[in-house]
Design a protein around this ligand. Structure first.
Ligand SMILES: [Mg+2]
Length: 188
């Protein structure tokens, strides 16, 4: 296992207390900082700027055999700031989904919130519009049998607001945390 000693002990102390996950469960994934490298003070506007984090494709492949649905929920206010278009974003997501498929995994749907943070849109995390949209598209999604993985507090609040389990990628004293998607894939 590729955990640092600190993360390893941390994960023992803060147990996720997950019941057994069967194929009725759903995995919600944040994108930037979870699937791909986050750009500091910038947005991923093109495939050229999109870089998968280590072992993410293998992790998603493992998750694909275990979860009912895997969906991405991502805040992308760069669109409303005029730094990229919805078409640019869709091109990036088409690339993401194709690469996942090539590795034997699946992403069932991708939801994004283009609104500015100050709009406080119901679609933008920590609000749960994207979770509701996913459940509308896939009515078998049960938030109580869902895990949200993210690297921001807004992701953790989104999970709490929707009554999902929350997993923080990074270090956190407040939330169950692990260092990567692969660490989580090995754990559950
Ligand atoms: Mg993120």
């Amino acid at each position: 296992m590729n955990w640092s000693k600190k993360n390893y002990s941390h994960s023992i102390i803060m147990s996720l207390n997950l019941p057994n996950i069967d194929n009725s469960w759903t995995l919600f994934l944040d994108r930037d900082g979870v699937i791909n490298r986050k750009l500091e003070n910038d947005y991923v506007k093109s495939v050229k700027e999109f870089e998968f984090l280590p072992q993410v494709l293998d992790a998603i492949k493992l998750f694909s055999n275990r979860f009912h649905k895997i969906v991405i929920v991502t805040n992308q206010q760069g669109i409303s700031k005029g730094l990229m278009t919805e078409k640019d974003l869709q091109t990036v997501h088409t690339h993401l989904i194709e690469e996942v498929k090539k590795k034997g995994g699946k992403i069932d749907a991708t939801y994004y919130a283009p609104q500015l943070a100050e709009e406080n849109s119901p679609m933008r995390k920590p609000n749960i519009g994207m979770a509701l949209a996913a459940r509308n598209d896939f009515p078998k999604i049960d938030f109580k049998k869902s895990i949200m993985v993210g690297d921001s507090i807004s992701d953790m609040e989104f999970a709490q607001n929707a009554n999902m389990f929350a997993v923080f990628i990074g270090q956190s004293d407040q939330y169950y945390s692990t260092d990567s998607l692969m660490s989580l894939a090995r754990l559950i």
